[in-house]
Design a binder for this molecule. Structure first.
Ligand code: GMT
Length: 378
């Protein structure tokens, strides 16, 4: 098949899923065309079946804003025509689903459109009345629309009410990268780098530091935990909340126990160093970082927002707390960091569970079957 993919190329779960899916489709023998404003950051391999079409978003003086949507749509149309694409996969409802629809019309083609909803395109933008009609149009005009969890599917019907079937397809990870291999070695190496004693426990979080992640709750939970357990908190990433969080750490007198690492290209080593992973978001359609961390052996404590409770099975593969309840999160964290057997039990369960429910091969099969169904219907 000839497949076009458009996504946000920067650091972020939707771009990661789009890129990984494209790479895996190329490995399965399909011709994959990435049509993006920049090369997606996780697209670090060369493969003869992968083609990159990058557009420059021009900003002429007559435009008040650079016309991203129209430029991308125009480029997608060009690639549809030139390469006679069978399917285009648009990641994120706005503007990409709509760009795909516009591109198809511009190209005058019968190319099929699959759009994937990733989370904030519904749970945040869906509250913006100026965008709901556009999102609804994007969903209804796609041939197939998928959402990354059951929870996101429910949120989409609640907030947007599209007259359209939505197919849930979970996030997945590349198990060749995110796994237990050399966990001990990687951990020791990184602990040495940061001057962390070997016996000290490591709690980790990684994200784009947006308010929706409630990093404040993670710091407060860790503050309680660190009074009972010898532990450090590694906060990996960067974003708008960074300064506020640094200030909070300073105010709580946690400066020597909380490490802000900034953005890291080798996040895998951090997962492997950590005993526990925290994701206490207020909105989270799935939580790709959770899955990455869990498959590297880090046991999670998550909030009950969105799809997190589809990823973590409370008491079996990690713990879930009500969003905002950082005291309860601290209780679970203390148990996990002090009760070795409990940590081992959950770690084993979670690895088994991921191997069944989130096995990448099965999830890629689901997408590929949707592509085949669309091509057959052409
Ligand atoms: O988590 C983010 O803020 C990044 C965001 C994105 O749009 O790239 O991630 C969303 O898509 C991921 C991939 O499907 C999901 O795993 C994340 O849970 C989702 N983020 C939110 O819902 C906040």
């Amino acid at each position: 098949m000839r497949i076009g993919i458009t996504c946000y190329p920067g650091v972020g779960g939707s771009g990661i899923i789009a890129t990984e899916l494209g790479i895996q489709m190329a490995k399965r023998g399909h011709q994959v065309h990435f049509i993006t404003s920049k090369v997606p950051f996780r697209l670090t391999i060369n493969h003869p079946n992968i083609h990159i079409h990058q557009t420059d978003i021009n900003s002429y003086s007559v435009f008040q804003y650079p016309p991203y949507d129209i430029t991308i749509a125009s480029k997608i149309a060009e690639v549809i025509k030139y390469y006679d694409l069978d399917v285009i996969h648009m990641h994120y409802a706005v503007p990409h689903a709509i760009c795909g629809i516009l591109a198809k019309q511009m190209a005058g083609s019968d190319v099929k459109i699959i759009s994937t909803l990733h989370g904030t395109d519904i749970t945040v933008l869906g509250h913006d009345a100026s965008l709901t009609d556009a999102i609804k149009f994007g969903i209804e005009s796609s041939d197939i629309t998928t959402a990354v969890s059951e929870s996101l599917k429910r949120d989409t019907y609640r907030l947007i009410s599209p007259d359209k079937e939505i197919t849930p397809v979970y996030n997945f990870i590349d198990e060749k990268i995110f796994n237990l291999e050399d966990r001990e070695e990687a951990g020791k190496h990184l602990k040495k780098h940061y001057g962390i004693p070997e016996e000290t426990k490591v709690v980790m979080h990684t994200s784009n530091f947006r308010a929706v992640k409630r990093i404040e709750d993670i710091i407060r939970a860790f503050n309680i935990t660190s009074q009972e357990v010898d532990a450090v908190l590694m906060l990996v990433g960067d974003g708008p909340e960074m300064n506020r969080m640094r200030q909070l750490v300073h105010n709580l007198n946690l400066g020597d126990k909380v490490i802000f690492t900034g953005q890291q290209s080798d996040v895998v080593s951090y997962y492997k160093m950590s005993d526990c992973f925290m994701l206490l978001s207020e909105q989270e359609s799935f939580g790709l970082a959770l899955l990455e961390a869990m498959n590297c052996g880090s046991v999670p404590v998550g909030s009950d927002a969105g799809g997190i409770s589809e990823v973590i099975r409370h008491g079996e593969t990690g713990y879930i707390v009500e969003t905002g309840d950082y005291r309860k999160a601290a209780e679970h964290l203390i148990r996990l960091l002090t009760d070795k057997e409990e940590h081992m039990r959950l770690q084993k369960n979670m690895l088994d569970d991921i191997g069944i429910r989130f096995k990448s091969e099965n999830i890629i099969d689901q997408y590929e079957n949707l592509y085949f169904a669309l091509k057959e219907g052409k």
